[in-house]
Design a protein around this ligand. Structure first.
Ligand code: LCS
Length: 396
């Protein structure tokens, strides 16, 4: 690969190794749990980390290794670690960074299971949590403490597409204490639209279940960052705490999906921007949440830190939750399903589905309206999706 290769070239060629045996173009699937040593000495040396080579797939696998190198290249990270889910990536990272007596600051608007992990679970082990609005400088500054180990956020956030200024957060946190790990969930943007490490973050996590794989047939996640941090998260968090190792077949599927990441994202973004405009002008719609719209609170920051505005939209229908549910129940082409970033357009109701773990009070604090509807705009012909919505709106 040439130096300074473009994103598409990196996504297609980055990290690849030549199959010396048969010259296979696609990376073979090394569907093996363990790897044979030539001698006890070699096995011992591999365990001691003084000789390269694979040992056991929970600690590393050749197919997964190529995937990890490719993701590291795309995120401009020194290293990356693949996990069996986005939640596996998040928990492996935070279990490694935090310990009893440490403190986490997190934004209030998070994917429901991440929110629940922080609020209901890691806090049972002596870790303290402060939820704050990280788009508000004063709130962030007053949340930081001498024992803070990590600052965690998503941008755009699930489900309201709230935008957080990555560079500003990283600067404020590191000015306070450079040892605090600034962790950004880059699932909604993907490295094609935003590279948080370049903006000052220490660690990026992903649900690769979404755009990175892109075809709705894999659950997976990534952690990206400095080699030392990723080694720690691999050897402690993943290998010895969560054990959430990705399978070689899933790695192969993500390698395949990544080859088209940029062209898929271009289409997701253009379809979503057409849909946001359609919804924004619709008489039955109360409010549209899309960072590409000028009235979105994070529009200027999104312009600064995203190449395009992404494929996710949220909106409220006039008539509240009941009207929203009727709209979703009557769609025909769009699928009523959670998840996102697939080729199919997916619609869901966050308060009762993805954000079910939020109490009504927590929803209100995070500014997630009870009637909010979320759309992951797919790759279909956009006119067909808009027609599906128009027919369903007509039934309200
Ligand atoms: N981070 C974000 C921003 C997510 O949206 C999700 C899943 C995760 C992490 C967890 O990843 P997973 O373990 O599922 O690979 N979000 C989902 C959603 O909005 N609908 O279904 C899953």
């Amino acid at each position: 690969m040439v130096n300074n290769a473009g994103f598409a070239t990196k996504a297609i060629h980055g990290g690849n190794i030549r199959d010396a045996q048969y010259g296979s173009l696609a990376m073979p699937i090394y569907q093996s749990s363990t790897f044979c040593f030539d001698s006890c000495e070699q096995g011992g040396n591999r365990f001691a980390g003084i000789e390269p080579g694979y040992i056991y797939t929970r600690a590393g696998n050749p197919t997964t290794g190529v995937l990890e190198n490719k993701i590291a290249i795309l995120e401009d990270a020194e290293a990356a670690l693949a996990c069996s889910s986005g939640m596996g990536a998040i928990t492996s990272a935070l279990w490694t960074i935090c310990a009893a007596g440490k403190h986490i600051v997190a934004d209030r608007t998070l994917y429901g299971c991440t929110f629940s992990f922080l609020v209901n679970h890691i806090t049972r082990f002596g870790v303290e949590l402060t939820l704050a609005d990280l788009s508000n400088r004063q709130e962030l500054e007053s949340a930081l403490r001498p024992d803070t180990a990590a600052v965690y956020f998503e941008t755009p956030a699930n489900p309201t597409l709230k935008i957080i200024d990555i560079e500003a957060v990283a600067q404020i946190v590191h000015d306070y204490n450079p040892k605090i790990k600034v962790v950004a969930d880059n699932t909604f943007s993907t490295p094609y639209l935003t590279q948080p490490l370049k903006l000052g973050c220490d660690i990026v996590v992903h649900s690769a279940t979404k755009y990175l794989n892109g075809h709705g047939d894999v659950i997976a996640g990534f952690v990206c960052g400095k080699t030392g941090d990723i080694n720690d998260i691999r050897m402690s968090g993943l290998k010895e705490m969560t054990g959430c190792v990705i399978g070689p077949f899933e790695s192969f599927l993500i390698l395949r999906g990544l080859k088209t990441l940029d062209i898929r994202m271009d289409r997701h973004c253009s379809n979503a921007s057409k849909m946001a405009e359609y919804l924004d002008g619709h008489p039955k719609v109360e409010k549209v949440y899309y960072p590409g719209l000028e009235h979105h609170a994070g529009h200027e920051t999104a312009k600064k830190q995203m190449l395009k505005f992404g494929g996710m939209i949220a909106f409220e229908v006039k008539g509240g939750r009941k009207a929203g549910e009727t709209l979703l129940n009557n769609l025909e082409t769009c699928a009523l399903a959670v998840s996102l970033g697939d080729v199919e357009t997916l619609v869901e109701h966050p308060a009762s589905m993805t954000h079910h773990s939020y109490t009504p009070e927590a929803l209100a604090e995070a500014c997630i309206p009870e009637g909010l509807v979320r759309v992951s705009v797919g790759l279909e012909s956009i006119d067909d999706i808009l027609l599906d919505f128009e027919k369903s709106f007509a039934k309200l």
